[in-house]
Ligand binder design. Structure first.
Ligand code: K1U
Ligand code: ZN
Length: 168
């Protein structure tokens, strides 16, 4: 297992559209294991392969309190989004320290392969549904700050670039 470096906004690679995973093989199983380790170490509830500069449709999630219910979504597709929408604060491991309100469907139904390559249908509500939508956006090259006003987004971009310059 290995910790993977997470791309930080506004890295242009975060806007890459991911391609379908072709086979759930040893390479993908190794990547799942590394992504889970990276997500847990960063105290995140989700991580998309895009964020670790791998542009394939793979997501790991764990919204459990005990951090012992990992979920793996390979080639996820949305089947249904609830018309009921909720607004809640979101964060992102690629935009550390920034939390802001985003409106999303309160519930979703998706289809995806699990870590064993089995096709699953998953119905999710509340935090899990929001996390799934946030991570699926990453696979489309979209970061949650793109839902914010241009003014807020530009302020975040400036703050992130300043922090990155100070780190170097
Ligand atoms: O995609 C990511 O960078 C992970 C992100 C997932 C996410 C958090 C909140 C709403 C939607 C999606 C995070 O894990 S951010 C950090 C975090 O642990 C967290 C933030 C807010 C609520 C719960 C957890
Ligand atoms: Zn994110």
């Amino acid at each position: 297992m290995a910790l993977l470096p997470i791309l930080s906004y506004p890295d242009p690679r975060l806007h890459t559209v991911a391609q379908a995973v072709k086979a759930v093989d040893d390479r993908i199983r190794g990547l799942i294991s590394d992504m889970l380790e990276t997500m847990y170490e960063a105290n995140g509830i989700g991580l998309a392969a895009t964020q670790v500069n791998i542009h394939e449709r793979l997501i790991v999630i764990d919204v459990s309190e005990e951090r012992n219910q990992p979920m793996v979504l390979i080639n996820p597709e949305v089947l249904w989004l609830s018309p009921e929408r909720v607004r809640g604060d979101e964060g992102c491991l690629s935009v550390p320290g920034i939390y802001d309100g985003v409106e999303r469907a309160r519930a979703v139904k998706i289809q995806a392969l699990d870590g064993a390559g089995q096709l699953r249908t998953i119905e999710a509500e509340d935090l899990l549904a929001v996390c799934i939508q946030h991570e699926m956006d990453h696979l489309l090259g979209k970061v949650f700050v793109e839902y914010l006003s241009p003014l807020k987004r530009n302020r975040i971009k400036t703050k992130m670039l300043k922090a990155q310059r100070a780190e170097r």
